[in-house]
Design a protein around this ligand. Sequence first.
Ligand SMILES: *Cc1c(COP(=O)(O)O)cnc(C)c1O
Length: 392
Amino acid sequence: MDRKEGPSTRSVHLAEQVDPRTRAIVPPVVQNSAFAFENLDEWRAVAQHEAAGDIYSRNSNPTTRRFEEKMAALEGAESASSFGTGMAAISTTLFALLNPGQRVVTVRDAYGATYLHFTQILPRFGINCDVCETDDHEAIEAAIAKGCDLLYLETPTNPTLKVLDLDRLIQAAHKKGATAVVDNTFATPINQTPVEFGADLVIHSATKFLCGHGDAMGGVVCGRKDLVEKIFHHRELTGPTLDAHSAYLLLRSLKTLGLRIQRQNENAIALAGFLEQHPKVEQVYYPGLGNHPGHEIARRQMSGFGGVLSFELKGGMEAAADFLPRLRYAYMAPNLGQVETIVGPAALTSHVELNEEERKASGVPDGLIRYAVGIEDVDDLQADLDKALAGI
Ligand SMILES: *Cc1c(COP(=O)(O)O)cnc(C)c1O
């Protein structure tokens, strides 16, 4: 499909096909572990990749393949591989591509469990990880210049919504021959397609916006065919596969991705503006705000600023504890990207795996509230925030 088609047309029609056997419009759920053959020649041909087909669902499955094809198309990537969770996608990518003695450059504000891969897990395997200050592009470039096999970025970051210049940093990585990996969970392919800026691999926690309804978990890696193949082979052996039923739920969700993200973009920017003006709010973090340090970069590389904002109240964690239960239209929970607004302190959501010291080092202010906007009517959400703020 042509790139100039709009986000909802792309979400509905990209990589869709009528099922050739049943004429079903909706992809059938092939809820099935193993596939049977007529004879050994047929079996051998599929096993040796001489003929198309599936053998065992840990390796491949028709429904999960439909999800992979759709995600590759939405990201403008050559290929994709799917996983049972976002962390399975991230962990498998790192272990499939890195060897002892190699060097990773990344940023402090990565998702909590990802950050712990760089600070605790990979160093145990002799992989050297340079974790840079997220706001400091010069420092990231200097770290890359020292030698880099893999650059790992996340933008906008969770939960402080910092923005990284993909074009600039990926160019620096490619000069050193490094593989550039971008976690695009917060932006989604509706707001940002990192492949356009040279990313070799784009990762998602499909649990968040891609699913959008809080009823399935998943992960996906999209990008260069040779790299995705290497990651897929690692996944075949280690087994963190996406199951067919979750793939079906994710495919169903992707049909409304454009619609949902546009609504969430609109809601988030309106509420960020409202909160910024409120006397009980200390600071709002949202890349759509003109005074956000990453605003200019975000305008260049994103077509919308996303559905997550965060803010600090005057009075920190104590005020947050008083404020959060007063909200009527927001669930206190650790997810984001759902049709329902979801809210929680960063200390208990993205950074729950970190201790207080590590959280401080990651620049997550104590009492920071992450507000993941749903698709509700913005006037109702604003009135809800207003009333809860008046109560504290
Ligand atoms: C949630 C999240 C992950 C991890 O995904 P799971 O599906 O929970 O394993 C990774 N990166 C980002 C940015 C996330 O928000």
